[in-house]
Design a protein around this ligand. Structure first.
Ligand SMILES: NC(=O)c1ccc[n+]([C@@H]2O[C@H](COP(=O)([O-])OP(=O)(O)OC[C@H]3O[C@@H](n4cnc5c(N)ncnc54)[C@H](OP(=O)(O)O)[C@@H]3O)[C@@H](O)[C@H]2O)c1
Length: 399
């Protein structure tokens, strides 16, 4: 029985993980859960799964959750309620946990993910921001612990599967496929008037809001380039992005002899989650792909002029350290401002570029250093956001 912690249990990946656990009750058990602000769903999950520990972001919300659980007959010995960053770390490092699914969105998930690795847990990583801002530190710690970091992000999960077909020194290049997002065929001249509703309408995947906007700007693909560099220890010029609107092939690995291996499966995150949870085994599932759907496969290079976020991410990948932290922090601030309709779609890459330019290059040697620089970069990005704010749009607190 594998005992699982889910960081971000109320999110899209968290809920998919619980659905996988539900399908294999004799293999997996929910041990601990960490959520953010969705106290209602956290309550339902705690009643359903009876985890040893449940965490919420906010102290008052955690107290209210505790009272509700006690009224529902679940005492402290059944479910312990904790909160904040320390609470999430407790969920991630609990002694009864074997496997941690890291699926909090943004850098809020970094400390707990790093501590899980440090505590010798096997980590399934959906949270790509962790690898973007602290990939060097996370992979070094995982190597030290002798534990794998198993990618749940579908592209890296596909690459992980393809890499089982050869050695790392036999790899010529990694190909990351990109659906192209909702604006693949939208002329650049229309980008200034893109609305939040249009940007949230992803053609193939149903995901959280931030990653959906990042998919529309191709920043998500840029993050994935950095993720691939860190996870598989390859330079950015050996990670190539190819637009593949059907999202049937999740990614490919090209080997030195010219062979290319591709991974194909349904567009359902439960499959990469299941792969990570059962690695190195594979077990039967109902997540079948109909081979007759393979009739139509299109590929084209990404339009770097239309989607400047991708180029910015390649730049940050090459520089590493501080530049990747600035890239992520500025994007998080800019996407939040876009979702609040304070800035336009085209302001997102502008704010990212300006924040990166204003952040000196450098390498961070601790998670604390990463988080401190992340805070600085956010302040800078908020300044840039104010400058780009639409007239008459009040800049509210942007987290
Ligand atoms: N969704 C996908 O298909 C997909 C695919 C590949 C990679 N990913 C990556 O996986 C991660 C999660 O994505 P998602 O789509 O599942 O996002 P999501 O639906 O927005 O869920 C985010 C989760 O993080 C929690 N959270 C946010 N801030 C928190 C904090 N300060 N403390 C504790 N928990 C916090 C949220 O809690 P509340 O809801 O309770 O506030 C929620 O459970 C992201 O890094 C994303 O890039 C997602």
């Amino acid at each position: 029985m594998k005992r699982i912690a889910i960081l971000g249990s109320t999110g899209s990946i968290g809920r998919s993980t619980l659905s996988v656990v539900e399908s294999y009750p004799d293999r997996f058990q929910v041990s601990t859960l960490a959520a953010g602000n969705n106290a209602e769903l956290a309550f339902e999950q705690a009643v359903r799964w009876k985890p040893r520990v449940v965490s919420l972001a906010d102290e008052a919300a955690a107290q209210a959750l505790q009272s509700r659980l006690r009224q529902a007959g679940l005492g402290k010995n059944e479910v312990e309620v904790v909160h904040g960053a320390a609470g999430t770390v407790r969920v991630a490092t609990h002694p009864e946990v074997d496997f941690v699914v890291s699926a909090i969105v943004g850098v809020s998930g970094l400390e707990a993910t790093y501590e899980a690795v440090r505590a010798g847990k096997t980590v399934g990583l959906a949270n790509k921001e962790c690898l973007v801002v602290a990939g060097e530190l996370l992979t070094a710690e995982a190597r030290k612990q002798g534990k794998p970091l198993l990618p749940i992000d579908s592209e890296h999960n596909a690459v992980h599967q393809c890499l089982r077909g050869g050695r790392m020194d036999e790899v010529e290049r990694i190909w990351l496929t990109a659906s192209g997002g909702p604006f693949l065929n939208t002329p650049k001249s229309e980008f200034a008037s893109i609305t939040v509703e249009q940007a949230l309408n992803h053609p193939t995947w149903k995901m959280g809001k931030r990653i959906t906007i990042d998919s529309a700007t191709l920043m998500n693909k840029g993050f994935e380039v950095i993720e691939a560099c860190r996870l598989f220890n390859v330079p950015p010029d050996r990670v190539q992005v190819i637009v593949h609107p059907q999202s049937t092939i999740h990614s490919l690995v090209e080997f030195v002899d010219g062979s290319i291996l591709a991974q194909i499966s349904v567009t359902d995150m439960r499959l990469p989650i299941l792969y990570a949870l059962t690695h190195p085994e594979r077990i039967p599932s109902e997540l079948r792909f109909s081979i007759s759907d393979l009739r139509h496969l299109d590929f084209s290079p990404p339009d770097m002029a239309k989607f400047p976020c991708l180029g910015l991410a390649y730049e940050a990948a090459a520089a590493g350290g501080a530049k990747t932290i600035a890239l992520n922090a500025a994007d998080e601030v800019a996407v939040a401002a876009f979702l609040e309709e304070q800035i336009g779609f085209e302001d997102i890459p502008r704010i990212v570029e300006e924040t990166m330019a204003a952040t000196p290059a450098g390498h961070l040697e601790s998670i604390r250093g990463v988080l401190a620089l992340d805070t600085e970069a956010r302040l800078l990005a908020r300044e840039m956001t104010k400058r780009h704010a639409r007239k008459g749009s009040p800049i509210r607190a942007i987290s």
